[in-house]
Design a protein around this ligand. Structure first.
Ligand SMILES: [Zn+2]
Length: 190
């Protein structure tokens, strides 16, 4: 499958002058390490970029298409599925300011709750990144199940709110699901 390649020219975003002519990997690295505020501005600007549609049309739809509100509503009706948060801007929660952390946790929770009309009480940490402060803030805001990748805090083994996870995407094979399930049971996953 062809990797998503986007040539982007972004200029004069509030307080920031960004010009990127980058390939997928360096853009991914850039967007991972930038602050949630700039990330939101970048995404909004990118969505308005007239080149975006033609760039995306060159890639396999399954690679970039995401669920919309109606899809979420529909699957949330299943008793087998629980919709949880994965942050608002997919930022590494242990790397951002306290106020940004609070926003990530509250905005993602509220926006999903509004979409599905149900309480959102689970969160899978983006990149599996968290620390004690992130855990405490999650509890404070009302998350009851925190899905980690590798356990990172000394208290995790005795903390019933911390759970291991495995992820399944459109590129995950059935063999990979078996391996991941085994790893997940030994409290290390993806
Ligand atoms: Zn993720």
């Amino acid at each position: 499958m062809e990797k998503l390649k986007i040539e982007i020219e972004l200029a004069n975003i509030e307080g920031l002058n960004v010009t990127l002519h980058e390939n997928y990997n360096s853009f991914k690295k850039y967007i991972k390490t930038t602050s949630p505020k700039i990330k939101i501005e970048l995404v909004h600007t990118l969505m308005k970029n007239p080149k975006l549609e033609s760039e995306l049309s060159r890639c396999d739809t399954e690679y970039w298409k995401i669920m919309n509100k109606e899809n979420l509503e529909e699957i949330s009706k299943s008793n087998l599925i629980e919709i949880g948060s994965h942050g608002f801007t997919h930022s590494n929660l242990d790397q951002i300011e306290k106020s940004e952390l609070t926003n990530e946790l509250i905005n993602s929770k509220n926006s999903l709750q509004e979409s599905i009309g149900k309480k959102v009480e689970s969160i899978a940490f983006p990149d599996g990144a968290y620390n004690q402060l992130v855990k405490e803030e999650c509890h404070e805001i009302g998350y009851k199940r925190l899905l980690a990748v590798n356990y990172r805090c000394e208290t995790d083994n005795n903390d019933p709110t911390i759970l291991p996870r495995l992820s399944i995407s459109n590129t995950t094979t059935s063999d990979a699901v078996i391996i991941q399930s085994n790893l997940s049971y030994s409290k290390t996953g993806f």
